[in-house]
Design a protein around this ligand. Structure first.
Ligand SMILES: [Fe+2]
Ligand SMILES: [Fe+2]
Length: 275
């Protein structure tokens, strides 16, 4: 099974740029086109939040128009830049197949990996939040699919990644979520976004991965002393490959022009003098 994973498109309104400078709609369209040409084909595309720049309906509709160009089914969960109700109005029933008590959380059966989308947002706050209601829902969902390897996808990573802006955002109820995850050994991975950088960390018996943004990347500053900043570079997304040996292997793809490919057989390594 192959999953394409898009995060943080931050799409602005038609003809607009995010922060008046980032061509986020154009970047998302480039990723969609790239994913459509993949061989082997992904079975599904997951979008881990911050679909919109500011939560406006026009932005969600603009994003929908681009994402509907995908040749594969796609599913999304909200990020802190989105508004739940707006996403539900634009994507509900298809890319957000169902809701649980007002949260955009749902399970997607039918693939080799069981997929669970978890709404980690708190309206008006930039950080993550899992309350007892969502923790209980997740616990029940995971208990139901205990025999099947499972991938959870949500916006906020439940670990601090050494990124000033998003670490400061915090994650309320993270210990609650951790207890649920630790109880279910079949969680192969927790796919996230939010930090606009690729990162991986072992956590509660599974692995948390964040995808780069399709819109704009954050400047990596592990000193955590500089003001937060973003750069405009190639849009990135991830491919998560569930191998025949049942390992979930992740690759990051940047959509940009490169010099090559050069075939090794046409460019043999120069042999040094024998010693
Ligand atoms: Fe974001
Ligand atoms: Fe975010």
């Amino acid at each position: 099974m192959l999953i394409a994973h898009i995060s943080d498109p931050h799409v602005a309104g038609p003809g607009k740029k995010a922060y008046n400078i980032a061509p986020t709609a154009e970047n998302l369209a480039r990723c969609v086109e790239h994913i459509n040409r993949l061989e082997p084909r992904p079975q599904v595309v997951l979008v881990t939040g911050d679909i919109t720049s500011s939560g406006a309906a026009a932005e969600a509709e603009n994003a929908a128009q681009i994402l509907q160009g995908l040749r594969f089914p796609f599913y999304l969960v909200p990020g802190n830049h989105d508004r739940r109700e707006t996403l539900w109005a634009v994507f509900g029933g298809q890319a957000c197949p169902s809701r649980s008590a007002g949260f955009i959380s749902y399970a997607i059966p039918g693939y080799d990996l069981h997929l669970i989308g978890l709404d980690s947002t708190a309206p008006g706050a930039p950080g993550g939040k899992i309350d007892p209601q969502r923790a209980d829902w997740l616990d029940e969902q995971l208990a139901r699919c205990a025999a099947k390897p499972t991938v959870l996808f949500m916006h906020h990573p439940p670990v601090k990644c050494g990124v000033l802006e998003t670490d400061e955002d915090g994650f309320e109820g993270v210990a609650l979520l951790g207890k649920v995850i630790a109880r279910h050994a079949h969680v192969q991975r927790i796919l996230c976004g939010h930090i606009h950088l690729e990162a991986h960390a072992a956590w509660q018996g599974t692995v948390v991965s964040t995808a780069p943004s399709t819109g704009m990347q954050l400047v990596l500053d592990l000193t955590m002393t500089q003001p937060s900043a973003f750069v405009l570079e190639a849009p990135g997304y991830q491919l998560h490959y569930w191998t025949p040996e049942r390992h979930l292997v992740s690759h990051t793809v940047y959509v940009r022009d490169v010099d090559g490919p050069y075939l090794f057989e046409e460019y043999p390594e120069e042999k040094g003098e024998p010693k």
